[in-house]
Write a new protein. Structure first.
Length: 150
């Protein structure tokens, strides 16, 4: 594994594809950065030199926010929307779509992504079986008989 920008990259994969494993870098940014450095399109991660990796890291960090820094910025933006009480912040706290999508159906992704607490399906309670129901009836009948004897 090659550790690059706080991410482990698989050594046997194409560099342009491996860069997309870094949070905040998509195919376009990956191809753009490799083209600026003049890297071949079929270069493999383990074959690239340390100097080129350092130059690539400087280029990416100069123009793009990636990794945990990007996650922190996104969480700060969401917290700001909630703090100022905007409509978007309200939708975030309710776990609903933010940009006008319908909510009667098809809001599953929004509920999954916007939830502060993960949504878990509730387990259904087991129905009593016939045998357990019969046992409870017998026990009730015995207790009634004991009460009548006293």
């Amino acid at each position: 594994m090659v550790f690059f920008l706080q991410t482990n990259l698989k050594p046997r994969t194409n560099l342009r594809r491996a860069l997309t494993q870094i949070y905040g870098i998509n195919h376009f940014v990956s191809n753009y950065c490799c083209d600026i450095l003049g890297l071949r399109s079929n270069i493999i991660v383990k074959n690239i030199s340390e100097g080129r990796l350092a130059h690539l890291a400087r280029l990416i960090s100069q123009f793009h926010v990636t990794g945990s820094e990007l996650r922190r910025l996104l969480n700060e933006d969401i917290a700001r929307f909630v703090r100022i009480g905007s409509y978007k912040g309200f939708r975030f706290t309710q776990g609903l779509p933010l940009r006008g999508q319908r909510t009667h159906t098809n809001a599953r992704n929004a509920r999954r992504r916007n939830s502060l607490v993960p949504i878990r399906r509730q387990r259904s309670q087991k129905k009593p079986t016939r045998a357990s129901a019969l046992v409870t009836r017998v026990l009730l009948a015995k207790s009634k008989l004991r009460q009548n004897r006293k």
